[in-house]
Design a protein around this ligand. Structure first.
Ligand code: ADP
Ligand code: NI
Length: 219
């Protein structure tokens, strides 16, 4: 198969698996990360866009949150699928390495060793920011039974990944903005990613200003 056909085929399979998932890890999240990743790849030099696309498509195939804490489940599934469509070994290794390490993990995830990995990670982080990021946060929070906001509960700081994983805390979705989302801009690995992240974060802060005004009946 040609590379383009391989990408199409992987996209089809991922779509089939993930369509209709409602906590923010559905096919359309993957679709946006895929498109973000292509954009970021176009703004960096010497990138293997083929590997970037495969890794973006597979990055959430078995998220650790939904695999009983098994952090290698995604890479295993990715490997099976890539072997099945006939991707050659070298690319499989790089893609699986990215899939295994890309998740946020409360900010304690491994730093990715390839530029391709950084691009996928940035593309994933961008989807947690901006207008889409706001929608996803409230969708996820709702699925966990969290309050949208509670002035009596202040944001937490996590000590490590275990702490983050365990904390099915009572924290609110607005707190999640401070606990995770506003930290992302500083963690971006690519120049273009950081620029877009900054813009999206700015927009979220405007949103929150307005949110607090409405909360207090001042608007
Ligand atoms: P990733 O796409 O890297 O796997 P996560 O699984 O950490 O990211 O998060 C998926 C989406 O759910 C993101 O948009 C994130 O902001 C949101 N989310 C994760 N944890 C929370 C939370 N505790 N409260 C609200 N939203 C959350
Ligand atoms: Ni993701």
């Amino acid at each position: 198969m040609e590379k383009d056909d391989i990408i199409k085929s992987v996209a089809e399979r991922v779509k089939e698996k993930m369509l209709g998932e409602s906590t923010g890890h559905d096919w359309w999240h993957v679709y946006r990360v895929w498109k973000n990743a292509i954009y970021l790849a176009e703004h960096e030099k010497g990138i293997d866009v083929y590997v970037v696309q495969l890794a973006a498509l597979l990055h959430d195939i078995a998220d650790w949150k939904f695999s009983g804490g098994d952090t290698t489940a995604g890479a295993k599934m990715a490997r099976e699928m890539l072997e099945d469509v006939g991707v050659e070994r070298g690319s499989i290794e790089i893609v699986c390495d990215i899939v295994e390490n890309v998740s946020f993990k409360g900010g304690f995830g491994t730093r990715l060793s390839t530029k391709e990995g950084m691009i996928v990670q940035d593309a994933d982080r961008l989807d947690a920011l901006g207008a889409i990021g706001i929608a996803r946060a409230f969708a996820y929070g709702g699925s966990k039974g969290r309050e949208i906001y509670n002035p009596g509960i202040s944001p937490l700081q996590y000590r490590d990944f275990e702490d983050y994983k365990k904390s099915n805390s009572r924290s609110t979705t607005v707190n999640h903005f401070y606990e995770k989302l506003f930290l992302l801009t500083g963690q971006m690995g690519t120049e273009a990613g950081r620029r877009i992240a900054r813009e999206r974060e700015e927009f979220m802060k405007e949103y929150l200003d307005r949110f607090y005004e409405e909360w207090n009946g001042r608007r």
